[in-house]
Design a protein around this ligand. Sequence first.
Ligand SMILES: NC(=O)c1ccc[n+]([C@@H]2O[C@H](COP(=O)([O-])OP(=O)(O)OC[C@H]3O[C@@H](n4cnc5c(N)ncnc54)[C@H](OP(=O)(O)O)[C@@H]3O)[C@@H](O)[C@H]2O)c1
Length: 179
Amino acid sequence: MAEFVYYVGSSLDGYIAAHGGGLAWLEQFSRVEGVGGSYGAFEKTVGCVVMGGGTYAWIRSHSPGTWPYSVPSWVFTHHELGVDDDADVVLVRGDVVEFADELRHSAGGKDVYIVGGGVLAGEFLAAGLVDRIVLTIVPVALGGGVPLFGGRPLPEPAGFALAALVERGGTVELTYRRT
Ligand SMILES: NC(=O)c1ccc[n+]([C@@H]2O[C@H](COP(=O)([O-])OP(=O)(O)OC[C@H]3O[C@@H](n4cnc5c(N)ncnc54)[C@H](OP(=O)(O)O)[C@@H]3O)[C@@H](O)[C@H]2O)c1
């Protein structure tokens, strides 16, 4: 059965982007040995990706004309956003719960990669639809920015168990499974 996996990089203080969306503080660590390999191995397990409109806009503005995913990409947005000709992108809106089965089906036996950002990941978390979190913490504090899960309080705490921990050049990759 497909799992919903939030694979994400975060600052020490729990932000996934600086104010304004900047990621340079995070991207510098992609050169650390093993970090790229970890993502490459994860990518092979992914059957479709899902993201919010904010992340979609960020990706399109930073790699114009080049959509980075070869698997189906689901984008939650209330806007009729542009889609590159060769990109397999579906624009949807509404409660994430209503799309859970369709996303699993779209993943074709692999996992559903929750790309982010924090707002959309928070909706999956609130719906009990985050099976696994692969969180890479880098040794940088931002003081503010886009929170890991959007900052929306949950009705009750969601518990996770630590399944793996890998240290790479000052970064720590933590894998958590929903309990
Ligand atoms: N560090 C990392 O690994 C990482 C990973 C991913 C993203 N990021 C960064 O995170 C930032 C974006 O994160 P974010 O939390 O601000 O935004 P986001 O989660 O990407 O997108 C939120 C937006 O998506 C739309 N949306 C969300 N839920 C929806 C629903 N149920 N139905 C319809 N539309 C819905 C809404 O915008 P509209 O309706 O206006 O479209 C909402 O404002 C970017 O800077 C990105 O680069 C970092």
